[in-house]
Design a protein around this ligand. Structure first.
Ligand SMILES: Cc1cc2nc3c(=O)[nH]c(=O)nc-3n(C[C@H](O)[C@H](O)[C@H](O)COP(=O)(O)OP(=O)(O)OC[C@H]3O[C@@H](n4cnc5c(N)ncnc54)[C@H](O)[C@@H]3O)c2cc1C
Length: 437
């Protein structure tokens, strides 16, 4: 048994950033690094998953968590990433797609009202200019207070119903920066060049794929793979693994989700745990359809199959499609995201039925023709939410800290954050340990 040890739990991008700087051992359940922030190759002939491009040049590249584009990376973060991989920069192209009307409005919708009919614009503006903002206790109320009934009925409610698996009526408003409001400018009639393109207008992505970043950081880390933590005894300071082995620890730096850590440590607090949603990602390689859009991704409020976002990896970079098709560009690599309530994973049969329905729908929209390959990934804790006035997260973080367990990252900290923020947090934590200047 190792005595007086600090362990990092999880080799996702947060754990890797701390592991790289501190050299503390990382405990990882899977046999590869990166967590959801990682890509893989899927060979068309035998559907084999590979970590590297296949030698026959006939593999699509997909990502574990659907398209993972790096937004908001400042100089320090870029410097860190560029130690391992070169990056390409992109200007975001995204839109809302109203399937029933076959109608696209560039994202963010509220800043692009000019795409609607004049009478609708007038109604929306009239409503917005006479609104007074109250204290919004739920996400539903926040949307209504900020965007008014017409925009909510058109887009925000149906979209959030899918995106939050219908939780939006009960959870507290959060991540409000994701729905930026330049409505005052819209009302004043500002030209669309002045009105902001919303949050995350630019992003970077590793030239050779996201896996090169996490693989190369991991080469400098001490990672114990295939070690799934199942129990923590905070009194004796022992951790237990699914393979029956045990380790003793002094301190844990955990990037595992807060709810699972509380369960594994068997710690009780007098608060109802906050809710979360899981995401099923369908990764699809197909012949490009005649009406396949050029956007990087689309927000969909009215899909029949229940998905809320369709992204086009290959519209960002055609290295996602097999080498053989890159010149003609007649293939498309797609990700389709659907939300489920806390861990309610569909059965094998439900997954088959859902996949059939998605394919039918995407073919009907002429986004795709023949499907070459389809694969799915499941992110159990994908989006973390909170009940109005909940103190669960605060108390859970506090009690774990008392036992020398420090929660980091998007899921560890139960918050919305992207890759750049996760690296930033990893660097700041390493710095607090005196391991990074
Ligand atoms: C659908 C979706 C789309 C997203 N898109 C973007 C995007 O475009 N751009 C962006 O910047 N961010 C995006 N994000 C956010 C981004 O994925 C996260 O910020 C980041 O990956 C979090 O990294 P992490 O290391 O904190 O967590 P994770 O990647 O979850 O890492 C945790 C690690 O712990 C391991 N682990 C779990 N349980 C155990 C256990 N019991 N024992 C041992 N190990 C365990 C896991 O295998 C994993 O490797 C998206 C997130 C989702 C859900």
């Amino acid at each position: 048994m190792d005595k007086n040890h600090t362990f990092i739990l999880g080799a996702g991008i947060t754990g890797l950033t701390v592991g790289y700087h501190s050299c503390f051992p990382i405990i990882e359940a899977k046999d590869y690094p990166g967590g959801i922030c990682s890509s893989y190759y899927l060979r068309t002939k035998d559907k084999k998953r590979l970590r590297k491009p296949s030698s026959d040049g006939k593999a699509y590249r997909f990502e574990n968590g659907g398209g993972h584009w790096i937004f908001g990376a400042d100089k320090k973060i870029l410097q860190f990433i560029r130690k391992f991989t070169s990056l390409k920069s992109y200007k975001r192209r995204s839109a809302v797609y109203f399937n029933k009307k076959k109608f696209y409005v560039p994202y963010p919708l509220q800043n692009n009202l000019r795409f609607f009919k004049k009478e609708i614009i007038n109604k929306i503006l009239k409503e917005l200019s006479s609104k007074s903002l109250g204290l919004s206790t739920t996400k539903e109320k926040w949307l209504l207070d900020n965007f008014g009934t017409i925009l909510c009925k058109l887009f925000f409610f149906p979209f959030h119903s899918l995106y939050t698996a219908n939780l939006y009526k009960r959870i507290a408003p959060q991540d409000t920066f994701k729905s930026p409001i330049d409505i005052s400018l819209v009302i004043q009639g500002a030209s669309h060049e002045i009105i902001s393109g919303g949050y995350n207008t630019d992003f970077v992505y590793p030239v050779e794929g996201l896996n090169t970043l996490v693989d190369r950081i991991s080469n400098h880390c001490n990672i114990l793979y295939n070690k799934r933590l199942v129990k923590i005894d905070v009194k004796s300071k022992n951790i237990y693994f699914s393979d029956g082995s045990t380790k003793s620890y002094e301190r844990l730096i955990s990037t595992l989700s807060l709810n699972k850590m509380m369960q594994m440590a068997d710690l009780a607090i007098d608060e109802r745990p906050d809710p979360y949603t899981s995401v099923l990602v369908l990764n699809i390689g197909a012949v490009r359809g005649k009406r396949c859009p050029d956007e990087h991704w689309l927000y969909i409020p009215d899909s029949k199959s229940g998905f809320y976002r369709v992204g086009f990896y290959s519209n960002v970079d055609n290295s996602f499609i097999p080498k053989a098709f890159r010149k003609t560009n007649n293939r498309v690599a797609i990700y389709v995201e659907r939300a489920y309530r806390d861990g309610h994973k569909p059965s094998g049969q439900e997954l088959k039925a859902y996949s059939r329905s998605v394919i039918k729908e995407l073919k009907h929209w002429a986004f795709v023709e023949n499907i070459e390959i389809i694969d799915s990934t499941w992110i159990d804790v994908a989006y973390t939410w909170s009940w109005p006035n909940s103190k669960w997260k605060e108390h859970a973080l506090e009690i774990l800290k008392k036992h020398n367990i420090h929660q980091l990252g998007r899921y560890g900290g139960w918050k919305f954050q992207g890759i750049a923020d996760s690296i930033r947090e990893g660097l700041a934590f390493s710095s607090s340990l005196g391991k990074y200047e």
